[in-house]
Design a protein around this ligand. Structure first.
Ligand code: UTP
Length: 291
């Protein structure tokens, strides 16, 4: 199965990290020195994605600008002999013509945001990557999923899953575990936020998916679900009646950067993973911990 396109839904309001997201998109929040959206685009490029589809909304124009060439900045860096910085900026950008931007006019939910990408994706399997979830690992989560997909039939759907504590399963979308095939397993039912004590497993659905285009037909008529939003999980439950879903227990640490504690933790984790920052950061944290 060849996955050429990835969809990045970036039209949400980011209410959990207000006031940071009042005028700035959540997806531009910075972990160490890169915005969230750059991390996930890099992850998709590493996985071999060729076309990047952004579902944006009001106040999100800066995301488009981030992936553009900044002539003034480039000329100034050139004049000042700042070669390393110029190279960083050049490496950030996908190729010309490899990005599409479409608009979700109202934040009606993740499922609706994905549906907004239907014409750009067309009739082929595609990835969905949520920018507020980062996985710290090489290879990245999407590459691990695409590698797992090569062994499966062409109409398979995949979801990245992560174990959560048993007493917190009611906060997540949870999937049941069927037959195992090495690192992946057949999904045996999915349920959004199961009441306490009823979850079929402790494996939560995370922000990386490989979906078949038939999901769009289901999303078209998908009713609002939890939180009054059109939920992607509900549409996946619909699609699972006619197509197989597989869960991938990926390697790596997942960070929910759309919450304040998760955002702080991600900055520490990604900072500690950097050779140029680790020692200084450790020394500074030590001072705070001893206070
Ligand atoms: P979240 O539910 O984490 O984002 O959606 P949110 O709604 O912006 O955040 P809170 O809960 O209010 O803090 C995950 C991803 O899906 C996008 C978001 O931008 C985020 O990247 N999304 C969500 C949309 O594009 N449209 C929506 O209607 C909802």
């Amino acid at each position: 199965m060849k996955i050429r396109k990835a969809v990045f839904p970036v039209a949400g309001l980011g209410t959990r990290v207000l006031p940071a997201t009042k005028a700035m998109p959540k997806e531009m929040l910075t972990i160490v020195d890169k915005p969230l959206i750059q991390y996930v685009v890099d992850e998709a490029r590493e996985a071999g994605i060729e076309h990047f589809v952004f579902v944006t909304g009001r106040n999100k124009g800066v995301i488009e600008d981030h992936f553009d060439k900044m002539f003034e900045l480039d000329t100034t860096l050139e004049a000042r002999g700042k070669k390393a910085e110029q190279e960083i900026l050049a490496a950030n950008q996908p190729e010309a013509g490899a990005m599409s931007f479409t608009r979700q006019q109202a934040p009606l939910g993740l499922g609706h945001a994905v549906w907004c990408a239907r014409d750009i994706v067309g009739d082929e399997p595609f990835a969905v990557v949520l920018p507020d979830e980062l996985v710290l690992n090489t290879p990245g989560c999407l590459k691990q999923m695409i590698e797992a997909a090569t062994a499966l039939d062409a109409k398979a759907n995949l979801i990245a899953v992560e174990a959560v504590p048993d007493d917190r399963t009611h906060q997540y979308g949870i999937c049941g575990v069927g037959k195992r095939h090495g690192k992946i397993f057949e999904v045996d039912g999915m349920v959004e936020k199961p009441p306490k004590g009823t979850a079929p497993s402790n494996l939560s659905i995370t922000g990386r998916y490989i979906l078949q285009p038939e999901i769009f037909k289901i999303l078209e008529t998908q009713e609002r679900g939890a939180g009054g939003e059109i939920q992607l999980t509900d549409a996946m439950i619909g699609l699972s009646k006619s197509q197989k879903f597989y869960g991938v227990e990926f390697e790596g640490e997942r960070h929910d950067c759309g919450s304040k504690p998760g955002f702080l933790r991600a900055n520490i984790a990604f900072g500690m993973a950097r050779d140029d920052l680790r020692d200084g950061l450790r020394a500074e944290m030590k001072k705070y911990l001893e206070k």
